[in-house]
Design a protein around this ligand. Sequence first.
Ligand SMILES: NC(=O)c1ccc[n+]([C@@H]2O[C@H](COP(=O)([O-])OP(=O)(O)OC[C@H]3O[C@@H](n4cnc5c(N)ncnc54)[C@H](O)[C@@H]3O)[C@@H](O)[C@H]2O)c1
Ligand SMILES: O=c1ccn([C@@H]2O[C@H](COP(=O)(O)OP(=O)(O)O[C@H]3O[C@H](CO)[C@H](O)[C@H](O)[C@H]3O)[C@@H](O)[C@H]2O)c(=O)[nH]1
Length: 328
Amino acid sequence: MTVLVTGGAGYIGGHMALALLDAGEEVVVLDNLSTGFRWAVPPEAKLVVGDFGDAALVDQIIAGHKIDAIAHFAAKIVVPESVADPLSYYLNNTAKARNLLECAVRNEVRHFIFSSTAAVYGEPSVNPVFETVPLAPINPYGRSKLMVEWMLQDVAAAHGLRFAALRYFNVAGADPQGRLGQSSPVATHLIKVAVQAALGHRAGLDVFGTDYPTKDGSCIRDYIQVTDLVDAHLLALRHLRAGGESLTCNCGYGRGLSVLEVIDVVKKVSGVDFEVRRKGRRAGDPASLVAGAERIRTELGWSPKHDDLNEIVRQALDWERRLHNRKA
Ligand SMILES: NC(=O)c1ccc[n+]([C@@H]2O[C@H](COP(=O)([O-])OP(=O)(O)OC[C@H]3O[C@@H](n4cnc5c(N)ncnc54)[C@H](O)[C@@H]3O)[C@@H](O)[C@H]2O)c1
Ligand SMILES: O=c1ccn([C@@H]2O[C@H](COP(=O)(O)OP(=O)(O)O[C@H]3O[C@H](CO)[C@H](O)[C@H](O)[C@H]3O)[C@@H](O)[C@H]2O)c(=O)[nH]1
């Protein structure tokens, strides 16, 4: 059996391709390389360069490779961009996901793993936030993803497909073996940006908001290491293949860290006291977002192995150095 990984040339999908191959699975990556990289796809995986919304292409891949599961990572992921250009998010993340689901149904692919996001919660009034709270995304990115969760529920009820919708909190770190990491030159993620500042690859770092109602005034997030996250996908795949019910789970550690705490750890681990500028709030940032992290442990038996922020930062630093050297 072979797993189709959409977005497998990107950050998280690339780690998933590695993890699947490590587990002895066959992997086909479908990626249009809009933000991903050809070199990020492991050579043991087959790479098809194309659009996951291209139904004829997806039909052909499924038929040609005995695909029994789709792990759907491909998406546009930048929240402010989704505010400025919502229709491109509803096209890429929602409308094309509908086409992909139609292909899955038509070709009787029974297992579907979907990269959802904590952005479906919007500004939760209580943290940690559990899967059962009412969903209220506050930007087009979150809405474009929530609509896919809804489609999955309806498709699963009508057809023989079962799904795992995994709501990632803040993904960080890199492959512990140093094979892959966050590689986008324009990434806006805090740990990536802080590591670049520490290595002198960018001039310092702006903290967006220090007047939030939190312990030190900066935003609180739940940072999950990328290998721990893909482990959850492998468990979800096993669960679905064993006949388990569809499920929706938060993916986080249930641990809130402030922006200033993260910066302190990056300074400590790197040994570099880079410039930190206190700026105003960034549009669309909730003050706190921490996963209620029990369901994934009880339903899938997941337990994290890399939940140490020092280790996560060390991995991100190591990867950033490699990436820089490879470009040089
Ligand atoms: N990074 C995070 O912290 C985070 C948090 C929550 C959810 N997610 C979700 O995880 C998934 C992966 O995110 P990432 O950080 O790896 O992003 P990424 O940009 O590194 O990867 C996305 C990949 O999808 C590909 N892609 C985009 N549109 C495509 C299309 N129409 N056809 C084919 N390929 C296409 C891109 O080329 C890229 O390789 C996304 O669905 C994202 O919404 C990420
Ligand atoms: O240079 C920076 C970058 C970030 N931040 C702050 O750091 C925190 C984390 O920001 P990130 O950009 O790293 O992550 P987000 O929480 O905004 O968003 C991430 O998690 C979301 C789910 O919660 C979405 O899925 C999204 O795709 C993903 O990037 C925020 O308070 C942000 O304001 C800064 O202060 N300075």
